[in-house]
Design a protein around this ligand. Structure first.
Ligand code: FEO
Length: 411
């Protein structure tokens, strides 16, 4: 049976409640969770998100109790992870007239995941609006909150925010609204934020800037309670938790490189730009500009050390190897290290730098580490830039700097 609970005018919760202790990001959700989907019964009937793939069959079987799927005009997909878009593949078989509303990246992921390239998509960008017949939806891109394709949806008339994972709690419940919860949910709400959103703290700040322009009366997230009481309290909690705490020591990074032609130096400079954007104090040095003793001092002061090398005849260049041999003997525990470089053919120098970093006692930030710690794969580390950095590759370098800055300030 389809559970249908009125949320506001012509708007219904049509989600699923999961009382199981669900495995989640290498934890177990002791209190279970909910997968909140919303049906807006307007002139152009619209579904905002679906449910976990475990419930996809049930969802699609029961949906006709409230709407003939063929009459659905829009399916808004805020986030493609299978606990929200898990029923899209099954639903689209029956929702033959529906247009899927999502970001460009969301479209690419859904099309690949469910082989629905030929279906109608409406790709929305930051601030776009959509008239669904009696209500207007506005969309805001929220990349990396917590995956690349994510967006949030706001209903202008109802002043309801549908932020998907943002502002969620993992608590299976039957009450649905926070003012009906039998216990205070604040700690669960904070715990969810710390686990899922805080690693992307700088993106939370950007999202909050967007929300500041909206009049939000209710937050209808994708997990746990709908926040209709004390809405500002929960927005303020995100604001507080995502701020760099006053008195926090400013993090430091050393970007040290050896450059044959100046290209690896450009990579270093652009990585430094990304780190600086995140408020990290950066020292950029090359193997010729500093003596070993000064470099050791800088390395010991730094919270992150990035080593870059050009490649010549299959090896790193300059005296970087001499420096690395000494640096890896230092106590680098609690520091992040990563490798980068510009190259022409195979870029062996970069890999050799990375091999040295593996034998240090620092935390090596590489692609695997980023996937496991942040759930992102848009930055590849070691950062390998072939030939002269152009505008696109400079942006990649800056993004690598930002990601490492993100790790530093979220630690
Ligand atoms: Fe609730 Fe990112 O999934």
């Amino acid at each position: 049976m389809m559970n249908k609970v009125q949320v506001t005018d012509k708007t219904y919760w049509v989600g699923k409640t999961d009382f199981r202790q669900v495995p989640f990001h290498r934890l177990v959700l002791e209190k279970g969770t909910t997968y909140n989907a919303y049906f807006l019964d307007t002139e152009k009937p619209t579904l905002i998100d679906t449910v976990d793939m475990m419930f996809a069959g049930e969802f699609v079987r029961d949906l006709p109790e409230i709407i003939d799927p063929a009459k659905l005009k829009y399916i808004v997909v805020n986030h493609v992870e299978p606990d929200h878009a898990g029923a899209v593949g099954a639903l689209i078989v029956f929702a033959t007239n529906a247009t899927i509303v999502t970001t460009q990246k969301g479209k690419e992921m859904l099309a690949g995941m469910y082989r629905i390239q030929s279906r109608k998509f409406l790709v929305v960008k930051d601030g776009d609006t959509l008239d669904i017949g009696g209500k207007t939806l506005q969309f805001f891109e929220t990349p990396y909150l917590h995956t690349e394709e994510t967006m949030i949806t706001y209903c202008l008339e109802d002043k309801v925010l549908y932020p998907c994972d943002l502002f969620s709690t993992h608590i299976a419940n039957n009450e649905l609204f926070n003012d009906l919860a039998p216990a205070d949910i604040t700690e669960d709400f904070k715990g969810y934020y710390q686990l899922i959103m805080h690693p992307h703290r700088s993106y939370v700040r950007k999202m909050l800037e967007k929300l500041a322009t909206l009049d939000i009366r209710m937050i209808a997230p994708a997990h746990g309670y709908i926040l209709r009481a004390n809405v500002n309290k929960y927005i303020n909690l995100y604001d507080e938790m995502s701020r760099v705490k006053p008195g926090t020591r400013r993090k430091k990074a050393l970007v040290l490189y050896s450059s044959l032609t100046g290209r690896t130096g450009k990579v270093a400079d652009n990585i430094a730009l990304g780190l600086t954007e995140l408020g990290v104090e950066v020292t950029v040095a090359n193997d010729k500009s500093s003596d070993l003793s000064s470099i050791k001092d800088l390395a010991l002061e730094a919270d992150a050390i990035l080593f870059g090398s050009s490649t010549k005849y299959g090896d790193m260049t300059g005296n970087l190897e001499d420096i690395l041999q000494e640096i890896v003997k230092l106590d680098l525990s609690n520091k992040l290290v990563a490798a980068f470089g510009s190259y022409g053919w195979s870029g062996e120098g970069i890999e050799l730098v990375n091999d040295y970093l593996k034998i240090s006692n620092a935390t090596l930030v590489d692609t695997s580490y980023l996937i496991k710690s942040l759930g992102v794969d848009n930055v590849q580390l070691p950062l390998r830039i072939q030939f002269t950095p152009d505008e696109d590759t400079k942006a990649r370098c800056a993004e690598a700097g930002r990601i490492i800055g993100e790790l530093l300030i979220s630690a």
